[in-house]
Design a binder for this molecule. Structure first.
Ligand code: NDP
Ligand code: 2IT
Length: 455
């Protein structure tokens, strides 16, 4: 079997490895998809590095080092006891402590956390920072919950998680449904239980208690910096480009902000209820107010904005014609049918702000149509890279200026872009960012694992 979504076949030797992963992890569709996607790139390294098969690197890399699942009981405002499920998958620590976000969304299950953890291992390697890969979260749905309920949930979640994490062990951060507010409640509970002010245990903290400037902006800004490097390869820049950004959360908002700074016009954003088209350019300050302060739906944007801005609930945001598309919402949000529409409308570049937002068939279509396409593990690595900068600042009890930190982020993204291209070229697939990202990440982790023996 393959990973679904019409993925291209694997070489025969690799297929048997993939079949084993499917048999050992039954029903975990998203995890299978993420593994398959990496395996599609691996044939040339397996040939070039015979020691990898000698030491069973591929088999070990597909097996998380540790998977933790726990009960999260808490009491809702109406007095009813709620039970959620918590996860932390500590995937690979060859390069450093496990590092990766926490996702709170009703769709969360072990498959989703494992796909995210698996991707995180290679993404973190690409950043060049000393961080391993992990991911966690819960099927808790924050929508419609009061602040007090969010706090009680976070406290209960941390009451179990605290024993597994630490500055040198595992350092969680945010992801979907987990932002500054949740990191605050989680950090408070960790500090209380352990009686340690261990700033390096979480990243994405507030600026007055160990957080880093630019971490909030980092994933969105970083994705745009990466896309800017891709455009530069083609002799172009963002000036005058029409861009569509899906989602309207942390990643999407700061992608829009940076795109506007670079002279592009973002004409559409979305949430899970529909999308907004605003040909005059999305008003990012209004979007921040609605999503970060008021925590409302996008219909409120249209009500406040007036003019020609409109809210659309049928079809898809990918129907909106654009030069550049940045999927920044969630996995598998951009399918083959959407890719066809984007290509028909003349899209030139797609860079993923979200994790695995394009299905394999959509990716294949972009690549065969000559659309420049960047996978999230390269293009959205700016968030975790800035988390690692936050860890550096915590370790040295220092805090850096905004401009200095943003410069470091831009440098890191430019460097990842370069690594992708040189690695793709080295392994005979010039210009292919998927090959470049998968191989550059894999080689770094695999070499470290070879050095450390069978553990
Ligand atoms: P947020 O929770 O801030 O925002 C998520 C956005 O995506 C919201 O607009 C949300 O709409 C939409 N969305 C989420 N799930 C779905 C769904 N199932 N269907 C449709 N829309 C959905 O999360 P982030 O912006 O932090 O994360 C977005 C993506 O970026 C994720 O894939 C995440 O893994 C990835 N990412 C995040 C990083 C970070 O630093 N935060 C770093 C690297 C990658 P609604 O509000 O209606 O649910
Ligand atoms: O997917 C991701 O890279 C994140 N959610 C950020 C992880 C982190 O540790 O900053």
């Amino acid at each position: 079997m393959n990973a679904g979504h019409n993925a291209a076949p694997l070489p025969p030797g690799m297929q048997s490895h993939f079949d084993t992963v499917v048999a050992r992890n039954p029903g975990e569709r998203e995890f299978h998809q993420a593994v398959y996607e990496v395996m599609q790139s691996l044939a040339p390294v397996e040939e070039a590095r015979p020691e990898y098969s000698q030491w069973s690197i591929l088999k070990r890399i597909c097996e998380p080092e540790r998977q933790i699942i726990f009960r999260v009981p808490w009491v809702a405002d109406d007095g009813e006891v709620q039970i959620n499920r918590g996860f932390r998958v500590e995937f690979n620590s060859a390069l450093g402590p496990y590092k990766g976000g926490l996702r709170f969304h009703p769709s969360v299950n072990l498959s989703i956390i494992k796909f995210l953890g698996f991707e995180q291992v290679f993404k973190n390697a690409l950043t060049g920072m000393p961080i391993g890969g992990g991911k966690g979260g819960s099927d808790f749905d924050p929508k419609g919950r009061s602040d007090a309920e969010i706090m009680r949930f976070c406290q209960s979640f941390m009451t179990e998680l605290y024993r597994h994490i630490g500055e040198y062990t595992d350092v969680p951060a945010g992801d979907i449904g987990v932002g500054g507010r949740e990191i605050g409640y989680l950090f408070g509970q960790y500090k209380r239980i352990t009686n340690r002010y261990e700033a390096g245990v979480l990243s994405g903290k507030g600026l007055t208690w160990g957080g880093s400037l630019v971490r909030t902006e980092a994933t969105g800004y970083g994705t745009v910096f990466f896309a800017q490097s891709m455009l530069k390869e083609k002799g172009q820049d963002f000036g005058g480009k029409k861009v569509v950004v899906s989602g309207s959360g942390n990643v999407a908002i700061y992608a829009v902000e940076k795109l506007h700074q670079l002279g592009a016009t973002v004409i559409a954003v979305s949430d899970s209820n529909g999308y907004v088209v605003d040909e005059a350019g999305i008003d990012v300050e209004l979007l921040k107010d609605i999503k970060e302060v008021r925590r409302e739906r996008l219909t409120a944007y249209v009500d406040a904005r007036g003019g020609n801005a409109r809210h659309v609930t049928d079809g898809s945001i990918w129907d909106v014609p654009c030069d550049v598309a940045l999927p920044c919402a969630t996995q598998n949000e951009l399918e083959e049918i959407h890719a066809k529409q984007l290509v028909a409308n003349g899209v030139q570049l797609v860079a993923e702000g979200a994790n695995m937002p394009c299905t394999p068939a959509a990716v294949a279509l972009f690549q065969s149509a000559g659309v420049a396409y960047a996978p999230g593990k390269a293009s959205n690595a700016g968030g975790v890279a800035t988390s690692a900068l936050e860890m550096q600042q915590n370790a040295s009890r220092d805090s850096w200026e905004f401009d200095e930190t943003e410069e470091k982020l831009e440098e890191i993204m430019t460097h990842i872009h370069e690594r992708c291209l040189t690695t793709a070229e080295e392994f005979g697939d010039p210009g292919n960012y998927v090959t470049g990202a998968n191989l550059a990440g894999y080689l770094k982790v695999a070499d470290a694992m070879v050095s450390m023996g069978v553990i």
